[in-house]
Every structure is written in C-alpha cells, then in structure tokens.
Design a protein around this ligand. Sequence first.
Ligand code: ATP
Length: 830
Amino acid sequence: MPFPRLVKEGLSVARPEAPPVTHLLSRCPCLLSRTGSDSLSFPSLWQVKTEEQIAAEEAWYETEKVWLVHKDGFSLATQLKSKELSLPEGKLRVKLDHDGAVLDVDEDDVEKVRRRLVEGTRGGPCWAGQAVCWCGRPDLLLRRCPPVCPIPQANAPSCDRLEDLASLVYLNESSVLHTLRQRHGASLLHTYAGPSLLVLSPRGAPAVYSEKVMHMFKGCRREDMGPHIYAVAQTAYRAMLMSRQDQSIILLGSSGSGKTTSCQHLVQYLATIAGTSGNKVSPDVMDKWQALSTLLEAFGNSPTVMNGNATRFSQILSLDFDQAGQVASASIQTMLLEKLRVARRPAGEATFNVFYYLLACGDGTLRTELHLNHLAENNVFGIVPLAKPEEKQKAAQQFSKLQTAMKVLGVSPDEQKVCWLILAAIYHLGAAGATKEAPEEQAAGRRQFARHEWAQKAAYLLGCSLEELSSAIFKHHHQGGTLQRSTSFRQGPEESSLGEGTGPKLSALECLEGMASGLYSELFTLLISLANRALKSSQHSLCSVMIVDTPGFQNPEQGGSARGASFEELCHNYAQDRLQRLFHERTFVQELERYKEENIELAFDDLEPATDDSVAAVDQASHQSLDGSRERQELEGVRSLARTDEARGLLWLLEEEALVPGATEDTLLQRLFSYYGPQEGDKKGPILPLRQDALIDTVKKSKLHFVHCFLPVAEGWAGEPRSAASRRVSSSSELDLPPGEHCEAGGLLPLDVPLLRAQLRGSRLLDAMRMYRQGYPDHMVFSEFRRRFDVLAPHLTKKHGRNYIVVDERRNRSVNQCAGETRSDILSEP
Ligand SMILES: Nc1ncnc2c1ncn2[C@@H]1O[C@H](COP(=O)(O)OP(=O)(O)OP(=O)(O)O)[C@@H](O)[C@H]1O
C-alpha cells in the first residue's frame, strides 16, 4: 500500500505505490523476468517467474554473493565464512565465482551497501534500505534481506537488466555498473535511475527513435513507460498539463555522450505529440525544428578532440503550450558561445562547421561575389578548406542543406547574403593576417595587416574602406589601456609583452582575432534572433517545457591532448558542474532537509562527503564591487583594493587584474594560486573557480527532470581511442584474472568500466537513488492539490473562490478533510 503523508507544505507519497495488476507485472524484479529485447516493451512482455526460478533466486540470496572491486573493474565472488576462519582485522575471505580462486581481500575492496535498519519509516521490517519490492510479498523479502544486512551483496541474475536501477535489491556501485553492462550488451540504451533517466550513448543509429515509437508513448504515465528519452518528454509534458507549471529537462554528461542528440529527440517528441492537429503532425512545426537544428549545428558546432560534432554554446530551447496542450510558440536562448574558436583553438581542433561548408560551396556566382574563387595559402585563423574530396562533397551538400534550412526559418535571400558576406570577410581577415611587430613598434602604433590584398577583400565585403577597417581593428585600442586580453591557447613569449604602466596592450594579431570573433558572435546573435522570429507566434501560451543543453565536461587529457583546459573549456565545465550540483540539490539535499523537518529518519551514514568545493569557491564573490568604467587615476586605488587577501572567483580576479596597471597573467595566476592553490600537505590540485551564470536562475523555478548521458567508451571523434589511458577498457589480463568475469567478456559490447564508474560517481546518482527509494519522492504542494481536486469540493470553491491561498494549509480543517477524502485519487491520476 502507498504511504501518503501530509507534510508542512504539501502531500507526499511514498514508494512503492499500490500497483494495479499490469503495473505489478512490469515492475517487480523479484517475481518476474522479461523476455523483451528493448526498453520499449510493455508489461505484456513480462513473464511471471516459475517456482523453480523463484527457488533458484532464493538460493542465490542465501549464498553471500559480493562484488569484489578491482582497480579497473569488478568480479562476482562468494564470501566464505566459518567459525574456524581466523582472519586479520579488516580482511575477508572470498571465492571468485569464475575460477574458484580463494582470496583474502581487504574489506574495503568489497562493495559496500547500507547497513543500518531504517525502522518505522515505511512500517515494515523488510524496509532495510536495500530491498525494494513492488509486489507486496514481504515474506520473500524478509528472508532475503535481514533487518541488518551484514555484508555487501550482489543481486540475483534476474536483476541483470532491470529497467530502474533504484529497484535493485542491493543498490551499490558495482551492482549499478553490472546492470548497465548487461543492458548495454543487450543494446538497451536507456535505464531509469530513480527519478532520472540514464542514457548510454550508442554507436550507429539505433532503431528506437521513430514517429511510430513516439506514438507508443503518447498519453502514457511515467509508471506505464519503459525507460526511454521519449518517456522523459512525455512525463514532463504530462506534468505540465496536470500542474500548469513550467518544466525543464536538463541534459548532463561528458562531451560526446549524446546530450544534443537526446535534446533533438526530446524536441521531436514534443513537437510531434503536441504539434499535432487531428492525427497529423503539422509539417510546418517539424520542418522548423529540423531547420533550427541544422542552423545551430552549422554555426555552433565544431569538431573537438572529444566529439566530431561538439556543441560550443549553451542553449535553452523553450516550447510554449496553449490551454489545449498544443505547441503555441517556441524560442531559443543561447549563451557562452565559444567565439574565440573562430580565430584560435587548441591544436588538432577545427573551427565552426559553417566555414567548411561555405568554402566547399559549389555555387560559382556566390563564390565570385565572396571572392572565394581563389583561396589563400596561409590563414592565421587556420580556416582552410577540407582536403579530402568526399569530405568536400559532403560539406557542399551541408551548405545547400543550410541554405534550405534558413529559407524554412524565413531568412530572406538578402539576410542570408549578409551572413555569407560576414563569414567570407572573417576568412579574408585570417588570410590578411597581422604584422608581428616588436614591442617598441606596438607603442608607435605600427600594427597593421600583413597582406593588404586580402584585407582589401574583407573591407569590400564588410562595406567599408581598407583604412576604416584597419582603424577599427588596430587603432582605437591605443586609447583604452584596460582591454582584457584573451588568455586562451596562449603560445609564444612575444604575445605576452606589456606596455609599462598603461595596462596590457594587444598585439596586432590579438586585435585581428578580437575583430573576427566579435563579428562571428554578432552574426550568431543575429541568426538566433532570426530563428526566434520564425519560432515565435502571437498565440497565447500557458506554460512551457524548456530543454537545457550545454557543452559537456571536457578533459583535454582524456581526449589524448596533453594540455590544460582552455578558459572556454573551463567555462563550459563550470556550467556543467553547476547543473550537476542543481541535480544533487534537488534530488538529495532538499529532500533530506524536508525529511528532517518532518522528523523522518533516513539512513545515509555512509555517504561520501560532497565534493563540489570548486562550485562553492566559484560563488565566492568579492565583497567590494569594481566599476569597469573607473577613470585611469583611480586604478592605483584599485590595485590596493584588488590585492587584498579576500578569496574570490576566477572571473572576479580577471576583472580586477584587467583594471590594474601592469597586471600580467603571472600576477593573476599568483593570486589564484594563493587563494585556491595546493597547500602544504594538500594533495588536491588547484581549484578553478568561476562566477555563477544565469542559466541556473532561468530553470530553477520550473519542475526539473534530469537526463544523465554516459559515454560507454572513451573514443575520439574519429572513432579512435582517445588516449592510452582511456584505452584501459578493463581487460582481464590487466586485472590479473582470467577472462569470463570482466566487463567485455561474454560477447558484450565494449564498455570502459573505469570511465563509467567515474561518470557514475561524478553524477552522484547513487545518492539520489537511495533517497528516492527510502523517502517520499512523489510530492504535491497544497495549492496544486487544490487546483486539481477542488472540483470535488465545490462548496469550498464557492465560498473562497478558485484562487484562494491559505498560508498554513494544515490549519484549514475543511481543506484537510477534503484532502483526506481525495488522497487516493492522487495516486490514480484523473
Ligand atoms: N541517442 C543517440 N542515438 C544515436 N547516436 C547517438 C546518440 N547519442 C549519441 N550519439 C552519437 O554520439 C555523437 C555525439 O553525441 P552528441 O553530439 O549528442 O554529444 P554531446 O553530449 O551533445 O556532446 P557535446 O557536449 O560535445 O556537444 C553523435 O554524433 C552521435 O553519433
């Protein structure tokens, strides 16, 4: 039976809910096994277990199966216990299942699970925190899961492909990895992790995405759907319709793990299901979304060491729905575009896709207009056409596709022309290059183009004279003296020369790079507003589903590149970190606080301490604000103000140092390390703090849904293993164990267990799942409860009006009575 509770600010419902029969069939890991091959299958694909199967499972749980964790993987073993066995403190004796070897191992090498009994929270002794049974057969559980679980446990084979990791009888890291490994081997991409979805990015084009499949999810409730990205979209859509509250779906994960692909599937689902008139999807809606995706992919993506088509900006896509639940309007917000990539980028990486498309364009007239018939031998921005004929051909096709997409988005031929002119001008600026002047020449203002004929072309395309262009790029920087220099991908000592006492001066090349990235950024902003013009409508909308996609975590070393992260990568990583932290706050910290207030005891005594120091340090703003427009004479004051002992975030420091005369990258680093660098005896590396961005504030007020995308293996964008380190796909030889027990054994698809383990730890999904199964995860605030159910008490509505608000609802007896009467209705949604 469910356990609804009236709590201070609403009504919570514990899991397990009372399942209807079909529901029971789909969820119970104890009694049932499934025969379907994919997560799309529904309860009909489940089979009730035979008595023999149940007996085998019982026997399994009676032997003490444990996970033995090795440095790169884990093995199934049986713990050996006997009275005669005398082992030193902290040691256990185990027998490996695959070869029968008996080993004495450290207790710490055996996967830990919860040990404490959570008594009374659910009113049953079987609720020891490990066992979640949806079938209501506590007698089975009682035998399997004693009140205090004395040892770490592995799950019976029937749990191997469980759809929801939170339903594992024994929830621990190795059990989760094992389940994911089994599902991955069966090409099951999606798995529920309690309230969230986990996606293991596939290779190739899996057949689980199609319009036909979308219609299988239409109208379903969360508990009726197998794990799938469409299920997340459907859950958010349904929740929005029910609660009239904005919803946000947040995609988390490493670069290349499939966030943008999932984002596209989410949009397609919502546009298909809610962009429908009658039974037909409006072609207009779908065409526009497809066109938007083509546009963003061209202008905002580029190949990186981690991903052949990496997104280099953050975006919030918003679909706005009307009263009837149809898409009324849509919009896109973008931020953190990595604009400097146009001019400078890490070695081995490429510029934005659109340049390759334009340079491969087969339209002779356009090429002539853009002066692209003859290309330069050198380009300081490294913008060069693709070399291989097949790549060129593909890029030319992409250019035509882009032109069509712009047309669909209502970008007129003249507006398109402006885009091509700016892109070509950037190309010509790169071909023009800049003089490499000595510091004394900088002072004399001798910065200029290296090859004037190319600069002339750029000026012509931008509609100005060469002198005007030159002046705009090189001359006006003399007066400022407080310009912030770009610090990314810096190489070469000549670029770090500084004018004495006048603040950092920019080299001619930096001036040129600034112009190119500024032009590109303006162009990108313009295109986004043109796209919004096409997506918006004057139709009234009620609430929205927002989808948040940001560049994934990126560690250059993991991509096989021996360098530190660039400033831009740092910003993207920080944004991801903030979103991860939001996940943890919503699914764990806030829940825990709520339970504390309600005196509900939960057992979380073996949790790893939080490791988000870097985000905490980021938010460390200065107590004293600086005004960037301060006059020159105030800068001496700034110097003393800036150089206090107060620890601040990196962006604060950058702003301050940019204002301080004579400040250099070294002084910035010095301060950074003095605040956050390793202390004596501290083995941690420096923490790189930033200031928080606006993205979080935008989504915080909505109901959040999280999708965690995991990389199964570390492959570079060319499909090559990224580095020797990441190639450590656990092989049995490395673990000194025979084949048969490791991640890739048994014909499963390759899976990099250490990589997966790192992602699992980073995501803190285990914390969220433990909370989910112990607590009361389904929660409805009173105002929402009343909105949905006040129809059942019309006399109250008549008396107080539809929108009345009572501060402490529990004091309102009549409302409570009403709540009591309708509690069961909450559990079966109308
Ligand atoms: N669900 C999926 N179906 C098919 N292919 C996928 C899926 N997820 C990922 N991929 C493959 O992985 C590649 C990388 O995915 P994607 O660009 O979506 O990753 P990302 O997490 O958005 O990366 P980044 O953070 O670098 O932008 C895709 O080009 C695609 O080939």
